[in-house]
Design a protein around this ligand. Structure first.
Ligand SMILES: *Cc1c(COP(=O)(O)O)cnc(C)c1O
Ligand code: SF4
Length: 348
């Protein structure tokens, strides 16, 4: 067994064990974990012990998960947008293909908490074959996004075979993998796995860090390995109350990401997922954070703040308003808050 497999095997999955390690009410956590699975591997558990609240909240079951009347089970309407199980075809030219039901840690705020890590999320050779068949039969799909769960939880050989099968579909140009593993189990990014991924370019990875304390030496090493294999790395952060809803923390996270060669891609407004209401912030919070980022930190570090429209409408960018008036000239405010204008005329 390699070191990452040991770390994963040492995961805490029972509230009793978790209470022994971190304290908390194991009976309450038991109620929550009966509905939404618990897994904290020993790497992330150590990080929680070092860094406290912002990491604790992401991983430890909270009674409020059961007390969310407003939330929707499937806020993005993914099940209705799936022509075959576990393949979401929402945009014309790209498809989201769920290829693994497990993760290296179960995030309490997960958008797919209705099924991730649960028995009812059935993924096997048959569902994978059906997804591949759909991709083959739908040539307008140019990009496939592998997600789950976490695709990098699959064994090396399975990942290799899956990528090979996708590469045989000539209409697919780009493969994108969505994975939280560089953050939650970075030692899984072995030289062996990296060599496999590298065979299937153009391949992009979007990972998922939410707090600067998650950017450890191990996470940096994992991202370096991937970047050295020519894989462009992006990050999809979720704006979470009590985790990163603070401009200074967000700035620190984004700068650290850039320094480990990860380009911040999206900052997501939390979805309306049932069981995650206690994480949600007001839209104004995200807009105010964006205002403190734009112009103040490297443009390379600034993600697009976006909301995934309830009901499957797709991602909508949310941008602070810089425009005061648009007519014969554009009147706007600079990032420093100063008035400015630009003549809106074509000179003949
Ligand atoms: C988010 C998402 C995508 C990818 O959207 P991008 O804006 O290209 O990152 C594709 N399909 C589905 C179903 C999605 O939810
Ligand atoms: S790693 Fe992603 S899919 Fe898995 S539980 Fe966390 S947010 Fe959900």
């Amino acid at each position: 067994m390699t070191s990452w497999q040991k770390i994963l095997k040492n995961s805490i999955t029972s509230p009793g064990k978790l209470a022994e390690q971190l304290g908390g009410n194991s009976r309450e956590m038991e109620l929550v974990a009966a509905k939404y699975p618990l897994r904290i591997n020993s790497y992330y558990l150590d990080l929680i012990k070092k860094s406290g609240e912002p990491l604790y909240r992401q991983a430890v079951p909270d009674l409020r998960e059961l007390d969310d009347k407003e939330g929707m089970v499937d806020p993005l309407d993914e099940e209705n947008l799936s022509p075959v199980p576990n393949l979401v075809h929402k945009y014309p030219d790209r498809a989201l293909f769920l290829v693994c039901s497990e993760c290296a840690m179960y995030c309490r705020f997960c958008t797919r908490k209705r099924k991730v890590g649960k028995k009812q999320m059935i993924i096997n050779d048959k569902t994978i074959a059906a997804g591949l068949e759909y991709l083959q039969a739908t040539p307008e799909i140019k990009e496939v996004l592998l997600s789950g769960g976490d695709p990098l939880m699959l064994a090396d050989q399975k990942i290799d075979r899956l990528l090979e099968a996708i590469r045989k579909i000539t209409s697919i140009e780009v493969i994108r993998i969505g994975t939280r593993i560089p953050c939650t189990l970075p030692m899984r990014i072995t030289p062996g796995l990296t060599a496999i991924l590298k065979k299937h370019h153009p391949l992009y990875i979007n990972t998922h860090f939410n707090h600067p304390a998650e950017i450890t030496a191990e996470a940096a090493a994992a991202c370096t390995r991937l970047a050295d294999a020519g894989i462009p790395l992006g990050c999809q952060t979720v704006l979470l109350r009590g985790v990163n809803d603070d401009p200074q923390i967000m700035k620190s996270l984004l700068r650290k990401l850039l320094a480990i060669r990860v380009k911040p891609y999206y900052l997501f407004q939390a979805d309306l997922t049932r069981g995650t209401g206690h994480f949600r912030t007001r839209i104004e919070t995200g807009l105010a954070i964006m205002q403190q980022l734009i112009g103040h930190v490297s443009g390379m570090a600034v993600p697009t703040f976006a909301l995934d429209a309830p009901g499957g409408g797709g991602k909508i960018p949310l941008t602070p308003d810089y425009i005061t008036h648009l007519g014969e000239s554009l009147v706007f405010t600079t990032y420093k808050g100063l008035p400015c204008s630009y003549p809106n005329q074509i000179l003949v």
